[in-house]
Ligand binder design. Structure first.
Ligand code: FPP
Length: 249
């Protein structure tokens, strides 16, 4: 497939999720403070959002701040909070114009009330946009999400026999969003890092050595091209290449 050839729309992932890793190492390689890496990563995120709209991706989920990231030095935590605020202050109007619907996944409670309000306003403003649904995972952890779902099910008095895969999915922060088809992780780490651990049961992965600030539109396209070649079997056997061997994938 050449760079100018259109991607096959019928085989593209509907939902792409990204672990935007490597900002710190990108900065350190350049003799810069880690926060400069997060700033560069934020600029790249902007490019990837626009590229997602252009490629026709329907859902994009980005891992911006995990429940474990509170353990980072206070200045880095504060810096990431400021970045969230800046993105809303400076980019919201343009994102709204581009037809991006912003959603938040994770817990808002621990964030500064001013930031909570900005997030809620951004979600409200963009709620009818349909071009791209952008889930921002901020103060998000997959285990925390499952705990929260169980607590809510118990509070709602759900009887044990009514607990099904579909019901649990409906109690997650991502309720109503299809599971990610493709998860991209930059910077070469081979970990799930508590990201969408329920939803990723049958996601395809694309792992690259590239640090997040350098993961541009061209490599994004290559990730999508790699995805369209995949044979997704969901634990079954491929209807095309059925070898007769048992297969766990
Ligand atoms: C992981 O890189 C990255 C993060 C913990 C933060 C990602 C956040 C952004 C790209 C900013 C976008 C944010 C918002 C709020 C929309 P790392 O710091 O762990 O990198 P390292 O492994 O090289 O140290």
């Amino acid at each position: 497939m050449t760079e100018t050839e259109p991607l096959p729309a019928d085989r593209l992932p509907q939902h792409v999720a990204i672990i935007m890793d490597g900002n710190g190492r990108w900065a350190i390689q350049r003799g810069l403070p880690r926060l400069a890496g997060h700033r560069a990563g934020t600029e790249n995120l902007r490019r990837i959002i626009t590229a997602s709209v252009e490629f026709g991706i329907k859902y994009l989920t980005i891992y911006a701040f995990s429940t474990e990231n509170w353990g980072r030095p206070p200045e880095e935590v504060q810096g990431l909070m400021r970045i969230l605020e800046d993105v809303i202050d400076k980019e919201l109007g343009e994102l709204h114009k581009e037809g991006v619907q912003l959603r938040h996944i994770g817990r808002l409670e621990r964030l500064d009330p001013k930031i909570q309000e900005k997030v809620l306003n951004a979600v409200e403003l963009t709620k009818n946009n349909e071009r791209l649904i952008l889930n921002v995972a901020f103060n998000y952890g997959g285990r925390d999400e499952i705990v929260c779902a169980i607590q809510r099910m118990i509070r709602d008095g759900v009887p044990p026999e009514a607990v099904t895969v579909d019901l649990v999915s409906q109690y997650l922060f991502t309720a109503g969003v299809p599971d990610p088809d493709l998860i991209i992780r930059t910077s070469g780490e081979l970990r799930v890092s508590n990201f969408l651990i329920w939803q990723a049961a049958y996601s395809e992965w694309y792992i690259t050595q590239t640090f997040w600030p350098d993961f541009g539109k061209e490599e994004y396209r290559r990730a999508l091209e790699a995805y369209v070649q995949r044979d997704r079997r969901y634990g079954g056997i491929s209807p095309v290449v059925s070898s007769g061997k048992s297969d766990a994938g």
